[in-house]
Design a protein around this ligand. Sequence first.
Ligand SMILES: Cc1ncc(COP(=O)(O)O)c(C=O)c1O
Length: 312
Amino acid sequence: MSLIFLPPPLQQINSEIARNADVDLYVLRLDLMHPWVNGNKWFKLKYNLLEAKEKFTTLLTFGGAYSNHIYATAAAGNLFGFRTIGVIRGEERLPLNPTLSFAVQQGMQLVYLNREMYRQRNTPALQEYLQQRFGEVFIIPEGGSNLNGVRGCTEIVSNAIAFDHHICVACGTATTLAGIALSLHEGQRAIAFPVLKNGAFLAQEIETLLTNYLGSGLPAPYNSPASWELVCDYHFGGYAKVNDELLLFSQQFTQEHGVPLDYVYTAKMFYGVMDLLKQGFFSKGDSLLLVHTGGLQGNVGMEERLQRFSKI
Ligand SMILES: Cc1ncc(COP(=O)(O)O)c(C=O)c1O
């Protein structure tokens, strides 16, 4: 199932800030694996698709109107021959934004749930209702955040160079971090940058994810997670919130290093890493691997919204 995907290139970043800190900086460009199904999305979908393929012809999943997961699931469904249904949070807005019009072009059927109903998306009652309405469907949770998702994420850096000390990743539900933490060698450490406000609560979620995964019998390269850490200071006001400083950083980083960043996830993590480097957070001689988890499709919608509020 991975034949059409390119192995993610590793790009070294030659930055004065890193040189001053005497730290080596690399980016694992998951954004370049495939034009549509890339980033952590591919890894979270992979084992869900493999499980679905055994018995189902239809995938049903959930997301917001700008969701990277909806975008990737629509494209993956189309590539691998599934019918897809996207359950979208909130009311329908026409014309469709770029994320949802892409999903429809890929053949995804969109269904809207008001916010109150959407909140019940993981309850048996709502899932039964959806099964009755759409027939036998394979349900993938929002963001691909289940044990299949964690399993896929154990493969993100498992082949990456063993000398990296710190693996840095943006964090929403922490599914990606959990998979990475399960796949690291001794001496490596995962650092997650929550993109939502008050992200410290994720520590408990991560413990639960790791315990559930290790209890599930699914393959775990080392059977115990590596050390991990949350750095909660770079949320920029909360999920999908941005300010001029972040936008400017993102544009400059892209210009200097040729790495495009998305505003919701990777820009915040990259900003955080560069800021920590300036503060001497890392030790001399350390090497850092920044995982580019994709999400660039979301910039189109974000830039349109920012222009509407004339902030960019
Ligand atoms: C581009 C991108 N980066 C990072 C994340 C965070 O991943 P997770 O929810 O597994 O923490 C997401 C959300 O899935 C994402 O779309």
